[in-house]
Design a protein around this ligand. Structure first.
Ligand code: ISL
Length: 552
């Protein structure tokens, strides 16, 4: 029943509210996605990860679910969903959905019932504790992912509910077996409909230490040892596997921010039957301190390589990696990781793409990444809509210490940077919609758009397409061992992938300068480069090359 198709998957992430609006309300929808499947087919991906489309009050753009069995009406209907799924399958594209089960929305009927009375059948579905000082103070000093306390008082009672994210995202109590059973029902419902797997949102947070006591104060995420990689996490993951995934040919990828490789090894060891792979953020955090994106730190290639390589080496033979440089929570990679938005844009973006795409694991492309979409960079702070941004800006306004520490970078790291509408063409609303959309379109839509990319055979789009072809063709890219070269070089990311006689050599320059190319290329044949006319011992600005050698 269970195959390893996830190893051959090339995944495209769709953030539905910003992908394509089909009915002129300025908001992306499911029919819009269906209308663009031929575009995905042309790119060559064979799987889509769809960010949440379930019914939701949208406080956190759908990561706050009020009904797991229905679609948010502005996205369309269940019939639209089934049609999209069948059109994907016709094109050989699988679909993994976002599974958000660390928390529900506060509008979910279970939560509404739970807080309506101490005797509610659903009271124990959530984490509700008595506050300190007769309910005047929260039960603990824990700090949440979007800033502020993790506790919200229930009316004027002395009780508080736990929410690691926004107030409208109460955490579920996984200690309660009925909660776990309900999650299995949700999984089976979508799997029975034909969905191929799940991206499991913040799945490393579902098990909490049960002491519920305060911790030594820290600037961010105080108390995190109580909720990251909790004591029963592996047990819960295995339960979902045996009760749901085992009966279907699924792919699962868990989001595990701030988990360490040693914790993840157990989650992705196939023998333990938990998850197929996880998203870790060590490499995307290489331009900040302590995994806190507001604490900006200059990008450093050695650190980036070291972090990626650590996961490559540590999971070799015992688990699988996911590979990504963008998603809906990260700012755009264009202009990040030493890449450029000037005339070196194409070479720098394609060099970065080469470096991550041919590592061992399943690659993900976030919508718009393939055409080099850039940060929103709005002038007016009111144009940012994200709940995280609003909470953090409010904190910065209120607190001088925060202003000093993080105020400067708020806009650079805003999640809306990657959430502006997909730029299909250069028309007034970028071909996304025929009315003004829910969030502004990037000013650069005239020259960065799909229509332009498709009409230029040297575009980033076609470069990604070639990388995808290479992944599909050469077995060493799927199963070959990884070997980092030039570990101490601060400008070049180079590595080998080896399987039996087949050996691939990948070289990516991360600098705008012309530099020496130090690797002996004897016996290698050039497969792809982002320049024409390569000179063996010289690398042009951001030059990338992929070589093959047959050791027979
Ligand atoms: O975006 C982040 C910080 O800016 C991350 O810490 C993020 O909150 C974390 O990776 C969890 O993300 C996921 O769960 C959140 C949701 O807001 C994100 O969009 C989702 O990817 C809560 O469901």
């Amino acid at each position: 029943m269970h195959t390893n198709w996830y190893k051959n998957a090339i995944v495209y992430q769709i953030y539905p509210r910003s992908f394509k609006d089909s009915n002129g309300d300025g908001f992306g929808d499911i029919k819009g996605i269906t209308s663009k499947l031929d575009y995905l087919k042309e790119l060559g991906v064979n799987c889509v990860w769809l960010s949440p489309v379930y019914d939701s009050p949208q406080e956190d753009n759908g990561y706050d679910i009020s009904d797991y069995y229905n679609i948010y009406p502005p996205f369309g209907t269940l019939d639209d969903f089934k049609e999209m799924l069948s059109e994907m399958h016709k094109r050989g594209i699988k679909l993994i959905m976002d599974l958000v089960v660390n928390h529900t929305s506060s509008e979910h009927k279970f939560f509404k019932d739970a807080i309506s009375s101490e005797d509610s059948k659903y009271r124990d579905y959530y984490i509700i504790k008595r506050g300190k000082k007769n309910g005047q103070k929260p039960p603990t000093n824990w700090g949440g992912f979007f800033g502020g306390s993790t506790w919200e008082r229930i009316g004027d009672t002395d009780k508080y509910y736990l929410h690691l994210f926004a107030k409208g995202q109460p955490d579920l109590n996984w200690e309660n077996p009925e909660v776990r059973r309900e999650v299995v029902n949700i999984l089976r419902y979508w799997l029975d409909m034909g969905v191929d797997g799940f991206r499991c949102d913040v799945i490393n947070l579902i098990s909490k230490k049960q002491d519920f006591r305060s911790r030594f104060p820290t600037i961010a995420l105080c108390g995190k040892d109580a909720f990251i990689n909790g004591p029963r996490l592996h047990e819960y993951l295995h339960y979902l596997y045996t009760e749901a995934y085992a009966n279907y040919d699924t792919m699962t990828v868990g989001e595990t921010a701030l988990s360490k490789v040693k914790d993840v090894k157990k989650m992705v060891d196939p023998k333990r039957e938990e998850l197929d792979m996880v998203f870790n953020f060590d490499h995307t955090d290489s331009d900040n301190f302590f995994g806190v994106k507001y604490l900006y730190r200059k990008f450093n290639l050695k650190r980036f390589k070291k972090r990626l390589s650590k996961w490559q080496y540590e999971l070799e033979g015992c688990g699988w990696n996911s590979l990504f440089i963008e998603n809906h929570d990260q700012r755009r990679s264009s202009g990040r990781f030493n890449t450029r938005t000037d005339k070196l844009k194409f070479v720098s973006a394609s060099s970065l793409a080469t470096s991550y795409f041919l590592l061992k694991g399943t690659p993900f492309i976030y919508q718009g990444q393939e055409i080099g979409m850039e940060n929103a960079d709005f002038n007016d702070l009111d144009d940012y809509k994200d709940v995280e941004f609003k909470n953090m800006s409010a904190m910065v306004k209120k607190n001088f210490f925060y202003k000093l520490l993080i105020g400067k970078h708020l806009k650079d790291v805003a999640r809306d940077n990657a959430r502006t509408p997909m730029q299909w063409d250069g028309s007034e609303y970028a071909g996304f919609s025929n009315v003004s959309p829910w969030i502004n379109i990037n000013k650069n839509k005239d020259y960065i758009n799909v229509e332009k990319a498709l009409s230029d055979e040297n575009s980033l789009f076609y470069y990604y397409k070639k990388l995808i072809d290479i992944r599909k063709y050469f077995p060493s890219i799927i199963d070959g061992k990884y070997e980092l070269l030039l570990k101490h070089d601060k400008n070049i990311f180079a590595y080998k992938r080896k399987l039996d006689n087949e050996e691939m050599l990948i070289i990516s320059s991360f600098t705008g300068k012309v530099i020496k190319q130090p690797i002996d290329l004897a016996g290698y044949k050039l497969l792809l480069s982002n320049y024409q006319g390569n000179v063996n011992n010289i690398l042009k600005p951001y030059e990338a090359r992929i070589y093959i050698k047959d050791n027979k």
